[in-house]
Design a protein around this ligand. Structure first.
Ligand code: DX5
Ligand code: ZN
Length: 217
């Protein structure tokens, strides 16, 4: 905890040039890479799976922050850990009690992340704050990049920042860009996921150093 970092979300990159895109954000100073895993059930979209994470692991030393948007994350934490995930984040919405799965993620040697969607009250995760190394506050409904930032995330970040029993890293995901980033860091976010704001230049340019530095300014 402490300091602010951008975690580029490869969901918005050019997948035909995945290796180059990752090398480019690494060269631009990224210290974490955010990987979005979708199952077409928990979210109405599909993305990448275990083989792609394994391939990414071979081409970068960046910590891999793996966001599991799945109905049944318990079935997948081991395969993704074996594929090279360093942080495994699961959604509170699909877990009656997140604690056993968070404990299992820790026992696999990864950091345990817990995520909540915009409509989910933050109090829902209060009993398990001690079991989470990271809390991922969604500022959009997950499933797609390029959506507008929902400020409900800011109240949750402040609540977590001020909670005496929360020592988790605070991460925010969705709609983080030049306009919304300052509010996120002021509210306590330390890890800022950015897909479109990093990879999605309308002119197709790839000056990622420039784009990441405006976000952290
Ligand atoms: C949304 C994903 C995000 C997404 C963010 O389902 O969890 O990580 O890539 O994209 P932007 O930064 O474009 O909102
Ligand atoms: Zn994500």
């Amino acid at each position: 905890r402490g300091g602010v970092a951008i975690a580029p979300s490869v969901l918005a990159c050019d997948f035909a040039r995945l290796g180059e895109e990752i090398a480019a954000v690494e060269a631009a100073g990224a210290t974490v890479l955010h990987l979005d895993i979708m199952d077409g059930h928990f979210v109405p979209n599909l993305s990448i799976g275990v083989p792609v994470v394994r391939a990414i692991r071979r081409i970068t030393d960046l910590p891999l922050d793996v966001h599991l948007m799945l109905d049944n994350p318990a079935d997948y934490v081991e395969p993704f850990r074996k594929a090279g995930a360093d942080i495994l984040t699961v959604h509170a919405e699909v877990l009656d009690d997140p604690r056993p799965l968070l404990d299992r993620i820790r026992s696999l040697g990864a950091a345990a992340g817990l995520s909540i969607n915009p409509p989910t009250p933050i109090e829902q995760i209060e009993p398990v704050l001690d079991a989470a190394d990271l809390v991922l506050v969604m500022s959009v409904m997950p499933g797609f990049g390029g959506q507008a930032f929902n400020p409900v995330a800011l109240d949750k970040l402040r609540w977590l920042r001020d909670h005496p029993r929360c020592s988790a890293v605070l991460e925010v995901d969705g709609g983080v860009n030049d306009e919304t980033v300052a509010a996120c860091t002021e509210a306590g976010a330390e890890l800022l996921v950015a897909g479109t704001a990093v990879f999605g230049a309308e002119d197709g340019s790839s000056d990622y150093t420039q784009r990441m530095s405006t976000l952290t300014k």
